[in-house]
Design a protein around this ligand. Structure first.
Ligand code: HEM
Ligand code: HEM
Length: 165
């Protein structure tokens, strides 16, 4: 039987931080892609420089998708450390549910974006830039808040498991 790990493995830690940067990049700098969508869905011609900057958004997002699949495979093969015993069961459950919701978004958000960009689906683009974007922001803000509570209130030092290991 697989032993329960006490920390995230080095590849899991690298994936966490690289993916966090890529996701924040796409969340904060989506202007090129928004410009593309504004023109494309009105049936107007899209200049080459707008396509180039939309492509950066697309490639960064597709990288998130590929890394998410790799991370999911590592999670299933290597496992992850359990939520600290010291914490109330309800909050351990909230952590589990929100981590899995993150994974759904890591996969669902790029797929919806690709359906908008490559297949021209206005509905998929709207879902991608609307409800999925908002959900991703809520999870990220909640996640950072939760890490702070773990660290400062329960003093379970979970940051160590995702940094030095
Ligand atoms: C876009 C930003 C971020 C995303 C999408 C994200 C996502 C995740 C996910 C899905 C997990 C679950 C573990 C896994 O399956 O690998 C996790 C764990 C963790 N994250 Fe983040 N994260 C982000 C930013 C941050 C930041 C800024 C911090 C530091 C304040 C942080 C600290 C941690 C820690 C300490 C854990 C380990 C939790 C545990 O031990 O169970 N994350 N993160
Ligand atoms: C996890 C990865 C991704 C994140 C975090 C992300 C984030 C965003 C954000 C914040 C917007 C602006 C929405 C707004 O405020 O109106 C946007 C728009 C868009 N993204 Fe992404 N994106 C990702 C991946 C992708 C991929 C892989 C593609 C396509 C290959 C894509 C295609 C689009 C399109 C077509 C729009 C325009 C939507 C519209 O305004 O109708 N995205 N994305």
């Amino acid at each position: 039987m697989r032993r329960t790990p006490v920390s995230f493995s080095l590849p899991q830690r690298i994936l966490h931080w690289v993916m966090a940067l890529l996701i924040l990049f796409n969340l904060l700098f989506a202007d090129g892609m928004e410009h593309w969508a504004g023109l494309f869905f009105r049936g107007e011609p899209v200049p080459a420089d707008v396509v180039a900057s939309a492509n950066i958004h697309a490639y960064v997002g597709i990288t998130v998708l590929v890394l998410a699949l790799l991370r999911l495979a590592l999670r299933l093969i290597q496992g992850v450390p359990p939520e600290p015993e010291a914490e109330p069961p309800f909050f351990r459950m909230v952590a589990k549910v929100s981590h899995w919701t993150f994974y759904l978004l890591f996969i669902g958000m790029p797929l919806a974006g690709m359906a908008g960009y490559y297949l021209g689906s206005g509905l998929a683009a709207e879902i991608h830039g609307g409800v999925l974007k908002v959900l991703m922001w809520i999870l990220i803000v909640g996640h950072i808040g939760a890490v702070a509570v773990h660290q400062l209130y329960w003093k379970t030092n979970i940051i160590k498991r995702m940094t030095t290991g």
